[in-house]
Design a binder for this molecule. Structure first.
Ligand code: XMP
Length: 559
């Protein structure tokens, strides 16, 4: 393969906040924010007995810690370090992980480990700032290092044995990022490992309180996941019960209990999240679920047919197909501003969705594909900052009169987990591993006004990009790959004739979460095939360029 760089929920009666996007459905949160409400704290499925709590002290990697713990099949939640103790207690944790953070523990006002953690007698793993806070609060000493240690380091285990290192060699590479360091251990603690620059790179005591100066959660610490797993399994006593099939079994029961004989409506986009939500709910309550698939005319080639094929024909779900191309195109006529496009598409979607819901008569619940990263209240929420760059979630004019209870079966899951659940539910691999597609669709990949003709050009070019990328086995390695139709027209020559056509840009990026992305170093011959085919097969396009901008400073979509 080629490689490229890469319980019961409280029922919340809400206005319907539907949008064209069910891929990354934070619109609910935005709606709450608009109304000045806090995110509704939700208990996890009550049957999950093995939970670990990650306390967030503001590290940029806090969410990553939570993901890694889930990868070890242990349920965890990321909560702010100053979250109400009863909220943490409700999770019945078997242990705590303290994240890193930007503060210095010896400075006034530095965030502290809450007393309930230290009094719990449960295992605690402090990472970086978390370790320093443990040392400081338990009577040890933390001081500024002579210089910042940043990057790779070789960790040497001490003679002390610890279940934390089960299965690991005596020395292994780790990744450091700290200015302060532990200089005096608290009473009862022993040094468990050191690096050249950190005499105490790992410390621990008999009660299962452990500190790591390095970051096990980042990919640069290759044994990091083993260390986390050792902590979870050997020190907290977890067994790894958080599996897709357990989740599905719990969730089916919960949905049945919540819905009873009620009717559920769900906007189906064909994306991973809405597909998994619809399939899960359908398995729970069958025909009490109606899905609405809106063809806004801004989809990729064959997208609508493919989605209907899976859900209507194969899975035999109630899917209302709404052909609304003309409505959306009329709403977009003359619009060039990207945010205005999003606003109009979002507004139009709500009107169409509402009209369909009204035709159904009784509807009690709205199912949404909200994911855990959308509801997480993190001290260092990067996503909050990015929302100012683009409105990803089209929350134009929510209808005030429509009140439905929300069902959000994925609100405790990360995207990777959603994919695993999708596969366990029997959804086609191709659908589960589909690259994300934005709610406003091709409208934000046509720079300037969206017209039928331009949509046809872009669809044809985009089809070629997708096919060639798939043929070359790059599709699953790329976060996204697509074509953008620029408004630039350039002169070309084909045969003996002058052409004057549009320039198309190819965008292909690798990314973990779309917050940052690298332009993909696709091989020239693949780019060459894409270019030749587009220019030959799509009349009206006579030039192809490749976008080599990463994010930041660029964004993934051009608009
Ligand atoms: P940007 O362009 O901000 O995109 O780097 C990051 C990710 O979000 C997707 N995206 C959107 N998704 N509605 C969506 O549902 C939108 O308006 C929207 N804008 C961007 C984009 O495809 C990428 O995955």
């Amino acid at each position: 393969m080629p490689s490229v760089e890469k319980d019961t929920q409280p029922q919340t009666s809400l206005r319907v906040a539907a949008s064209g996007d069910l891929e990354v459905s934070t619109y609910l949160e935005i709606a709450r924010e608009k109304r000045g409400e806090q995110a509704v704290p939700q208990a996890p499925p009550s049957e999950v007995r093995e939970a670990v709590v990650v306390l967030d002290f503001g590290s940029q990697y806090s969410m990553l810690i939570a993901r890694r713990v889930r990868e070890c099949r242990v349920y965890c939640e990321l909560v702010p370090h100053d979250a109400p103790p009863e909220r943490v207690a409700a999770l019945k944790p078997r242990g705590f992980i303290l994240s890193g953070g930007p503060a210095s523990i010896y400075e006034p006002g530095a965030p502290q480990i809450p007393s309930y953690v230290l009094e719990s007698r449960l295992p605690v793993l402090g990472i970086c700032y978390g370790m320093q806070a443990l040392a400081h609060q338990l009577g040890g000493k933390v001081e500024p290092g002579s210089h910042r240690e940043y990057g790779h380091a070789l960790l040497h285990r001490s003679a002390q044995d610890s279940p934390l290192f089960a299965g690991l060699p005596t020395s292994f590479p780790v990744w450091m990022s700290h200015g302060d360091q532990v200089t005096t251990l608290p009473l009862g603690f022993k040094p468990l490992a050191h690096t050249d620059n950190s005499p105490v790179a790992v410390m621990g005591n008999e009660q299962g309180l452990i500190g790591l100066q390095f970051h096990p959660e980042v990919a640069h610490t290759p044994s990091g996941k083993d260390i986390l797993q050792n902590f979870l399994y050997h020190i907290c006593g977890c067994r790894g019960a958080w599996t897709p099939s357990n989740f599905i079994a719990l969730e089916l029961e919960r949905i049945r209990g919540q819905v009873g004989t009620g009717q559920v409506i769900c906007a189906l986009s064909g994306g991973v999240d809405s597909s998994v939500v619809a399939t899960l709910i359908h398995q729970a309550i069958g025909d009490q679920l109606t899905c609405v698939f809106v063809n806004n005319g801004l989809l990729r080639r064959e997208e609508a047919e493919r989605t209907l094929n899976v859900f209507q024909r194969n899975l035999r779900m109630n899917v209302l197909y709404v052909e609304a191309t003309e409505r959306f195109l009329a709403a977009l006529a003359g619009v060039t501003d990207p945010e205005e496009k999003r606003r109009r598409i979002g507004g139009e979607f709500i009107r169409v969705f509402e009209a369909e819901a009204a035709k159904l008569g009784r509807v009690d619940f709205l199912a949404q594909g909200t994911l855990y990263p959308d509801v997480i209240e993190s001290v260092s929420s990067v996503s909050k900052a990015s929302a100012k760059i683009k409105t990803h979630h089209n929350v134009g004019g929510l209808p005030a009169h429509m009140t439905l209870t929300l069902i959000e079966p994925l609100r405790h899951l990360f995207k990777d987990e959603v994919r695993q659940v999708g596969l366990a539910l029997g959804l086609p691999e191709e659908m589960v591993h589909r690259q994300p597609f934005p709610g406003p669709g091709l409208a934000i990949r046509i720079i300037g006004e969206v017209t039928k003709e331009k949509l046809e050009l872009l669809r044809a070019a985009d089809w070629i990009v997708m096919n060639e990328v798939k043929k070359a086995n790059y599709y699953n390695q790329l976060w996204q790959s697509f074509a953008v139709l620029t408004p630039v027209r350039t002169v070309g020559v084909m045969g003996d004739f002058r052409t004057y056509g549009y320039a198309v840009a190819i965008r292909a990026v690798t990314s973990e979460d779309a917050m940052t992305a690298d332009w993909a170093h696709l091989p020239y011959d693949l780019l060459g095939r894409i270019s030749t085919r587009i220019v030959n097969e799509v009349p009206g396009i006579n030039r192809v360029v490749y976008d080599i901008t990463s994010k930041p400073p660029g964004t993934i979509e051009w608009e």
